[in-house]
Design a protein around this ligand. Structure first.
Ligand code: DON
Length: 309
């Protein structure tokens, strides 16, 4: 079995931490601009409950785009794949995560996949409940179940900061509303979406969620299935084809691990049948992925032969 000790991860963290200087933290959401670019932490969660970690593991991060995998799993559970994929596609875009370009050129005008912002907004729109509060609570309970931690909540400051500045996401919503892909009040949807993206946890929680996806939806520690096999499979496939945005192809070739990144610098990895990975490193490359986080995964994958291809 690969990588058994905190010390092995410590060595990796020391090797890659110089890379944090080559990127920069996201600041288009003003509150994320406060992150310390030199932060770096990693946790690996094995199905038997063993967890190893290194770096500043107590630090909490907001999920941002990583939340898109979890909200997708929830709406697939609630509504089934036919309903969901009637409004959002399954193809990678090759465009940045917040691009509006292809929405106009594809017919019908539905987002190409649920990992870009336009697609994630459609997915969040589908979360069931009678109010934003109720829908957020359903999503939070699901996250808490996957992470095995009932204290997980969202960061109000980051949610508010994104809500006050998300003009591009609002544009995506209005476009989708014009084309009847969504039929919700845009401010209400933005309220839910920004709170979803601001759900916060440490890299140990993130690794445990990754582990559930790695094990096809089974939480072996609880001894039960928490996501149907088919839904875990769909989510993992999106992580491979679209999880790192327009860097997904290179990531698949160099690293070969289903993974999802977020602009807060988080990466959740799911090594099929083996373990989950949670990484936090807020210094980002030009495509919005954690620069040192990707290096960490590259070294781990090479050293322990983790590519699924
Ligand atoms: O909607 C946004 O722009 C953010 N809440 C999430 C984007 C994100 O994390 C993209 N990740 N690399």
């Amino acid at each position: 079995m690969p990588c058994q000790s905190n010390q092995e991860l410590d060595v990796l963290i020391r090797k890659v931490s110089p890379y944090t200087k080559h990127g920069k933290v996201a600041d288009y959401i003003p509150a994320l601009g406060k992150a310390n670019p030199s932060d770096l932490s990693i946790a690996i969660h094995y199905p038997d409950g063993m967890c190893i970690s290194a770096g500043n593991i107590e630090k909490k991060i907001t999920l941002q785009s990583i939340s898109k995998v979890i909200s997708l799993a929830l709406v697939l559970l609630d509504r089934g794949p036919d309903y969901v994929f009637d409004s959002v596609g399954m193809e990678p875009t090759g465009d940045p995560f917040n691009s509006i370009a292809k929405l106009e050129s594809v017919s019908p005008n539905r987002p190409l996949n649920p990992m870009i912002n336009a697609g994630a907004l459609v997915v969040t729109h589908m979360i069931k409940g009678n109010s934003v509060e109720q829908r957020l609570q359903r999503l939070l309970s699901f996250v808490q179940k996957l992470a095995g931690d009932s204290t997980i909540s969202y960061c109000e400051e980051v949610a508010r900061s994104e809500f006050e500045t998300a003009y591009l996401n609002r544009s995506l919503c209005y476009f989708l509303k014009q084309h009847q892909v969504i039929d919700e009040n845009v401010e209400q949807l933005m309220d839910l979406y920004t709170k979803q993206c601001a759900i916060q946890m440490n890299c140990l929680n993130l690794a445990r969620i990754g582990q559930v996806f790695a094990m096809d939806g089974i939480d072996l520690k609880l001894g039960k299935r928490v996501i149907p096999h088919d839904i875990a499979r769909i989510c993992k496939t999106f992580m491979v084809t679209c999880g790192m945005y327009n860097a997904s192809g290179e990531f698949a070739i160099k690293i070969g691990i289903p993974a999802k990144s977020g602009v807060s610098g988080g990466i959740m990895g799911a090594v099929p049948g083996k373990f989950g990975i949670g990484i936090f490193g807020p210094s980002l490359d030009e495509k919005g992925n954690s620069i040192a986080g990707i290096k960490l995964l590259e070294m781990l994958s090479k050293e322990y032969n983790l590519s699924m291809f």
